[in-house]
Design a binder for this molecule. Structure first.
Ligand SMILES: C[S@@+](CC[C@H](N)C(=O)[O-])C[C@H]1O[C@@H](n2cnc3c(N)ncnc32)[C@H](O)[C@@H]1O
Length: 223
């Protein structure tokens, strides 16, 4: 796990670490992180691909570019771009297109997934990690994120990835849980402003889908 130290403080690090190790992500890979936000995932990817790899950290909010530049200052292989996921254009094809906590916010998740699939090389990977927010629990009661356009998009994610023309190689859901002070309570408070005190918390399950683009001459999934 040492290569994933950039994700140490992230309560959702485990599904990310599992997904990346399934792919064999390593030195020299070209990756795209869409909806990169502050760039924590981009930096974790940069640590894994090394100096010879490249990470495109894309976000529609221009402020994210400065934030990524600060977070990734020590990683010259991270290139921050202001672009909407719906209009993705990169100077080269990538081995991996990744997004986390993005599709719940976009107008049409299918359009973004199709753009991600289009910038991946033949035989390359699309990994999407999105929540089912209404399945989170505080003291046993459901929590949700009504402000998001698609708060439960994780529940549809395997079908969305398949419908973007990708083979669904693996899919699963994981939810961090805890009680009392600690990273789960801190994360919840940051996300929602709610301090759970001593109540038990199950954060929204994050659904991970690993999709693969067919090799040249290989037929894609039947739809
Ligand atoms: C909740 S943050 C997720 C940050 C990061 N992916 C993570 O997991 O920590 C969502 C990010 O997606 C960006 N975003 C929202 N709609 C977008 C779009 N259509 N295209 C690209 N980025 C978008 C937002 O500006 C924000 O930085």
């Amino acid at each position: 796990m040492s290569e994933l130290t950039g994700l140490r403080d992230d309560v959702y690090r485990r599904p990310l670490a599992t997904a990346l190790s399934r792919l064999g992500l390593g030195s020299g890979w070209r990756c795209l992180d869409v909806g990169a936000g502050g760039g924590d995932v981009s930096v974790a990817l940069a640590e894994m691909v090394g100096r010879h790899g490249r990470i495109y950290a894309v976000d529609s909010d221009p402020r994210a570019r400065d934030e990524v530049a600060r977070t990734a200052a020590a990683h010259t292989q991270v290139i921050a771009l202001t672009q909407a996921g719906e209009d993705l254009i990169l100077p080269e094809q990538v081995d991996l297109a990744f997004c986390r906590f993005l599709l719940l916010h976009v107008h049409d998740p299918s359009v973004v997934l199709c753009r991600m699939a289009a910038v991946v090389r033949a035989g390359g990977w699309v990994v999407a990690q999105e929540p089912i927010t209404s399945a989170g629990r505080i003291a046993g009661s459901p929590m949700s994120m009504p402000d998001a356009r698609h708060p439960d998009i994780g529940a549809m994610l395997p079908a969305l990835v398949r419908d973007a023309g990708l083979e669904v190689v693996d899919a699963w859901a994981e939810a961090p849980a805890g009680v009392g002070p600690g990273p789960v309570a801190r994360y919840l408070e940051t996300l929602t402003g709610v301090d759970p005190g001593d109540d038990p918390v199950v954060l929204p399950p994050l659904v991970t889908v690993i999709g693969r683009r067919a090799e040249e001459g290989e037929s894609g999934p039947s739809q």
